[in-house]
Design a protein around this ligand. Sequence first.
Ligand code: ADP
Ligand code: MG
Length: 348
Amino acid sequence: MIEDKNQQRTQLSDLGEFGLIDHLTKHFKIKQNSTIKGVGDDAAVLNFDKKKVVVTTDLLIEGVHFDLSYVPLKHLGYKAIMVNLSDVYAMNAKATQVTVSIAVSNRFPLEALEDLYAGIETATKIYNVDLIGGDTTSSNTGLLISVTAIGEIESDNVVYRSGAKPNDLLVVSGDLGGAYMGLQVLEREKEVYKVNPNSQPDLEIYSYIIERQLKPEARQDIVKLLSDLNVKPTSMIDVSDGLSSEIIHICKQSKVGCDIYEEKIPLDPQVISTCEEFDIDSTTVALNGGEDYELLFTISQDDFPKIKANPNLTVIGFIKEEKEGVHLVTRADTRIPVKAQGWKNFNS
Ligand code: ADP
Ligand code: MG
């Protein structure tokens, strides 16, 4: 399908490896003072003075993490950067640089990689990070993208998963479950398209959840908001695998327990209506859906007045002693133990 979307097809071999790297990266501008040397030498050179540096990497593989039959390459480039910046923000740090490595098969024309890099460039512009390097190689199978993100932070401000204390409040940004339901809609449309390639799906009523799946935003704004409100979370993690796994990570590493209140979990109306349409329980989707890239964190109760009026933040739970365990308190007031469950084994 990729091939159909590109009118013009320039063979990658026409450029050679160095021509290709230069072609893809020459538009990128350096924005951060900490970047001394970006793309073009054997290694990048960075200067963080007295700041602490955070580093995180993610690997995305075609057929495992993305499906090019409905993911436009531009969105894929954008999302690959977001997934990594989200991890930097989850440390309470400021993202400053990224490297991007790709393995491509020769079924991709240059124009496809231009689309991928257009998405990467948009992300680096909006999030004010520098592309400082990467690696380019060929693949016999699908497309593979590996991004490394680097960030800076004053040592006292680092937030780990391990700092939650009993009586802290559990808070989440934005809303949950949208990315997973967007994926359900896209998967369904793919099946419809296989049967009838001339079908013209009207996806307008799913626009929010499809955007959550295809073009997620890392919550840089929440890190800034918390700093402006003078709130330092006691622990923090980003929601990549689903609320339940992330809560369990925080509780395990902090040696605490937690009650999560089902009625408090923030859901967009489109998530609720699409769950009804697909006959899936919306709480299950929020708990196990994943890929929302919201921030989940704990705060001391003393900080509650500072955040309570903010529509971007919802208190969804209460931290307890470790021996109390991790539970979902349902609308019917029953307590169900929460188990970690990544979205990949959602249906099993
Ligand atoms: P080396 O042979 O030393 O690995 P390369 O020819 O792979 O060098 O890379 C040359 C420069 O281009 C380096 O600065 C490298 O970081 C950068 N680079 C290579 N591939 C990419 C890519 N896909 N995206 C961004 N920068 C890249
Ligand atoms: Mg190289």
